[in-house]
Ligand binder design. Structure first.
Ligand code: HEM
Length: 454
């Protein structure tokens, strides 16, 4: 503790906590940019929800943080808000050797080769969604993408695809997730749990819903463990059941449950939101829309890849990641950050830096096709270091598959003249009105060759 009293903290706005909180909630981009130009690339903030933390706006310093000792800069405590949903063995909540072990066991399911096997699932889920869209009526791209990405997770991650089991699991997952994807949902739940409002309706209802999802997952784990053909299955669930660490130990039932729920929570809303932003931006930018459609028609996927990267740059779904200082104070840019304080690389602000991204507010996928494209520390929508998002390739692959299928089969148009406003919802930044879109005419059939093959 002596160390923390000696800490030299970075400067920050001398505003009361309430005003700083308002800055975060009402207009984060303006507030951060103003603080950055006044106090520099490392700023100390205090809001009503914390006892002070440090935000970082410079890619070189972000590199130091992402490459720092993961035992000194811990992500687990920064993610603890999600604890009641994910469970204590979740890879998001663990640190040190335990985190590394879980991560290694999960990694093979997300390798490139495996992703290709999910392509059909992703394309078929897109087709089902396209076929459900009304012609000429506005609907929310966000809602539609939420349904689509949940369907993909159910099939590719859980490996449950048809019949009553699919419907029941789908229903119970929705019941559990819907309340926490509301604005402040996770916060309300955590505060209720922290205050131990046992018998309080929020906690009781949530725990009951989680128990109903767990019941099905544990039942499914038992089935998989006794399935002689498990090794032939390609879903993530089966690969978690089979995975072994260096000592030949497999995951416990609880570990499998916690990692599956983690993949669901980490992968479903995030990818849906990124896709909703992709359509919102695309339908408001004729130049990029025409270029993307032309390149895809030529069989060139590079531009689609660059477009996805640019969407995640200009509308990062998660605006910042956290690392809490552990064991001894952390030295950064001449400051000493004390034990227990969170350091937060600001993804959104780093993506807006004009020195890395000239005309940062402009949608310009070409940035990622130039000779010297943005690197791992200037483009950080998936965080970094040993905690970098496990599903990054899965998400960008899914985005490419969905976007190209939609452009191939449907003519969408924007409902509003301007792109949607950005709103904070839980830990994500979503289109405020759900990115309203409209289908201009009935969708086209899938390509003839494909239909024949089917
Ligand atoms: C566009 C979609 C997505 C975005 C923007 C996103 C973003 C992130 C971010 C910022 C982190 C924290 C990284 C850090 O602390 O440095 C993270 C972690 C994680 N994400 Fe994603 N994610 C997305 C999709 C997915 C998907 C599809 C999955 C899996 C199916 C997934 C699974 C995970 C897991 C397991 C972690 C924890 C990694 C660890 O702590 O070792 N994410 N993600």
């Amino acid at each position: 503790m002596e160390a923390s009293t000696r800490a030299v903290l970075p400067p920050g706005p001398p505003l009361p906590k309430l005003l700083q909180t308002l800055g975060f909630v009402v207009s984060p981009a303006r507030f951060f940019d103003a603080c950055r130009s006044r106090y520099g690339d490392v700023v100390h903030f205090k809001t009503l929800f914390d006892s002070g933390f440090v935000m970082v706006f410079d890619p070189t310093l972000v590199k130091e943080i992402f490459k720092g000792d993961p035992d000194q800069l811990r992500a687990g405590p920064a993610n603890e808000l999600l604890g009641p949903v994910l469970g204590e063995r979740s890879v998001l909540l663990l640190d040190g050797a335990e985190h590394l072990r879980q991560r290694r066991l999960m990694l093979p399911a997300f390798h490139g080769q495996r992703l290709r096997s999910y392509e059909r699932i992703m394309r078929e889920a897109t087709d089902r969604e396209i076929d459900s869209w009304p012609v000429g009526e506005p609907f929310q791209a966000l809602r539609s993408m939420q349904a689509l990405t949940l369907d993909v997770i159910m099939r590719a991650v859980f490996g449950v695809s048809e019949g009553e089991r699919y419907r029941e699991l789908h229903r119970r997952i929705r019941e559990m997730l819907d309340p926490i994807s509301q604005p402040l949902g996770v916060l309300v739940l955590t505060l209720s749990l922290a205050r131990r409002v046992r018998g309080g309706s929020t906690v009781q209802r949530f725990e009951e819903r989680r128990r109903r999802v767990d019941e099905l997952i544990y039942d499914e784990i038992e089935r998989r463990r006794s399935d002689p053909d498990l090794a032939d299955r390609e879903d993530v669930f089966s690969s978690l059941v089979l995975a072994e660490d260096e000592d030949g130990r497999r995951m416990t039932d609880q570990e499998i449950r916690d990692e599956l729920v983690t993949l669901l929570v980490a992968g479903h809303e995030t990818t849906a939101t990124a896709l909703a932003w992709a359509f919102d931006l695309l339908l408001h930018d004729t130049r990029v829309m025409e270029e993307l459609a032309r390149r895809l028609a030529d069989g060139d996927e590079k531009y689609a890849d660059a477009f996805v990267k640019e969407v995640l740059r200009i509308r990062p779904v998660i605006p910042g990641v956290g690392r809490v200082v552990h064991r001894e104070p952390f030295e950064l840019a001449g400051y000493t950050i004390p034990v227990g304080m969170e350091i937060n690389p600001s993804i959104a602000s780093i993506h807006r830096r004009p020195d890395s991204y000239p005309a940062p507010a402009e949608l310009r996928p070409e940035r990622f096709l130039e000779d010297d494209p943005p690197d791992t520390y200037t483009w950080i929508p998936f965080g970094g270091g040993t905690r970098r998002c496990l599903g990054a390739s899965f998400a960008t692959f899914e985005m490419r598959v969905v976007i190209s299928r939609v452009l191939e089969r449907a003519t969408l148009e924007a409902v509003e003249a301007e792109p949607d406003a950005i709103q904070r919802r839980g830990i994500t930044m979503v289109p405020k009105n759900g990115a309203p879109v409209r289908l201009a005419q009935a969708p086209r059939a899938a390509r003839i060759a494909e239909a024949a093959a089917a």
